[in-house]
Design a protein around this ligand. Structure first.
Ligand SMILES: [Fe+2]
Length: 156
């Protein structure tokens, strides 16, 4: 029978997951602000869509943090500037709904890219659990990106 050991002190994976976790948490706050600040004819749809997104984001962030700890790392991220910039844009009352949706799509896409990097690294260390977690994150990020893109697309 194969011995199952948890690889501890895997800095590369923990560092990447910390970057992902930080961006994920910043996105959660961003999506909550979208939920509150959105206006316009599609208000109800977007209001509910952003709520579902930030709740799903919030639910899974604990899994990412605990995976970092299981790998022997610490949750020690510092602030990123990319999502801060998007959050700052929401201060402006002139920001259109379309711009808010575009920014949210950008967040989901950035997160999916980071999660893909985490999958590659986890795969390098044969860490199936982190790989599985990050694949499910990618699936969630892509789903929310698709929903928002669908809202923006227009049939001719
Ligand atoms: Fe609410």
């Amino acid at each position: 029978m194969k011995n199952i050991t948890i690889q501890t002190g895997n800095c590369e994976e923990s560092e990447q997951l910390n970057i992902l976790l930080e961006q994920h948490i910043e996105t959660t706050i961003f999506l909550q602000r979208c939920h509150w600040n959105i206006t316009g004819s599609a208000f109800l749809t977007l209001h509910q869509m952003f709520e579902q997104a930030y709740l799903d984001y919030f639910k899974i962030q604990d899994e990412i943090a605990e995976r970092i700890r299981i790998l022997g790392g610490y949750v020690n991220f510092v602030h990123t500037e990319r999502i801060q910039a998007l959050n700052t844009n929401l201060h402006d009352q002139n920001t259109s709904d379309r711009e808010i949706i575009q920014s949210a799509i950008e967040c989901h896409d950035m997160n999916a890219q980071l999660a893909e990097e985490c999958v590659k690294t986890a795969s390098k260390y044969e860490d199936l659990v982190s790989e599985d977690l990050c694949v499910s994150l990618i699936s969630m990020y892509q789903k929310f990106g698709w929903m928002l893109r669908s809202l923006l697309s227009q049939r001719s």
